[in-house]
Design a binder for this molecule. Structure first.
Ligand SMILES: [Fe+2]
Ligand SMILES: [Fe+2]
Length: 201
C-alpha cells in the first residue's frame, strides 16, 4: 500500500496554486470515473495527484511536462517503496495524459518541428486520468484558466477566447471512456452555452 497522504502532500508542496487547484479537481473527477469503470482506485488516485507534477520542474515547457513528470513520480514512488508494477502503470498514465491534437498543441509542436506524437493512453486507468484532465479543461474553472493563461502569455483577449474554445471542443471530442462522456456532458453543454453567449454579444 502506498501512503496517498504523502503523495498528496508532495503535490501540494511542489505545484503552484493554479496547478494544485486543477490537480484537486482531476483527483475528484478521476475517482468518480474509476468507481463507474471498475478501475484500480489506488493507481488512479496516485496518478491523478502526480499527472502534472512535471510542471514543478524549472525546465518544464508546454510540450515536455509529461516526461519530466514521469521522472519525478518514479523517484518519489521508489523512495516510498511502491510496488514496481504499480509504479510502471502510474508512469504510463503520466506519460500518456497529453492531448488532444488541437490547434494549441499543433502550433507548440510545429515550433520544434514535431507533429502530435505524444503517447496515447492504453490502460483503463490511463484513459480515466486522460478524461478527468480533459473534463476539468472544459469545466468553468478550466475555461477561465485557459483564457487567463493565454492572455498572460501575450495573446490578445479575443484570440485567447477562441483558443480556449478550440481546446475545450477538442478535449470533449477526444474523451476515451463512456463514463467520461457521461460525466463531461453537463460541463460541455455549459461550455458551449458560454461560448455561444460570448459570440452572440
Ligand atoms: Fe498536463
Ligand atoms: Fe492536468
Amino acid at each position: 500500500m502506498i501512503d496517498i497522504k504523502q503523495i498528496k502532500e508532495f503535490a501540494r508542496k511542489n505545484l503552484d496554486e493554479l496547478n494544485y487547484m486543477h490537480t484537486k479537481n482531476v483527483v475528484k473527477i478521476a475517482l468518480a470515473l474509476a468507481e463507474k469503470e471498475g478501475a484500480d482506485k489506488e493507481v488512479v488516485e496516485i496518478a491523478a495527484w502526480l499527472h502534472d507534477i512535471g510542471k514543478s520542474d524549472k525546465n518544464s515547457t508546454p510540450i515536455n511536462h509529461h516526461s519530466l513528470g514521469v521522472k519525478i513520480a518514479e523517484d518519489l514512488l521508489n523512495k516510498l517503496q511502491a510496488d514496481t508494477q504499480k509504479t510502471k502503470e502510474i508512469c504510463h498514465i503520466i506519460e500518456a495524459h497529453m492531448g488532444p491534437p488541437c490547434k494549441f498543441w499543433l502550433s507548440e509542436l510545429k515550433k520544434v518541428g514535431r507533429t502530435f506524437d505524444f503517447p496515447r493512453p492504453n490502460a483503463k486507468e490511463a484513459k480515466i486520468i486522460y478524461d478527468a484532465d480533459m473534463i476539468d479543461l472544459f469545466s468553468p474553472f478550466g475555461i477561465a484558466k485557459l483564457i487567463y493563461l493565454r492572455t498572460k502569455s501575450g495573446k490578445d483577449f479575443l484570440d485567447s477566447i477562441e483558443g480556449a474554445k478550440d481546446s475545450a471542443f477538442a478535449a470533449y471530442n477526444d474523451l476515451q471512456t463512456r463514463s467520461g462522456r457521461e460525466f463531461g456532458e453537463k460541463y460541455f453543454k455549459a461550455a458551449e452555452e458560454f461560448f455561444e453567449k460570448i459570440e452572440g454579444t
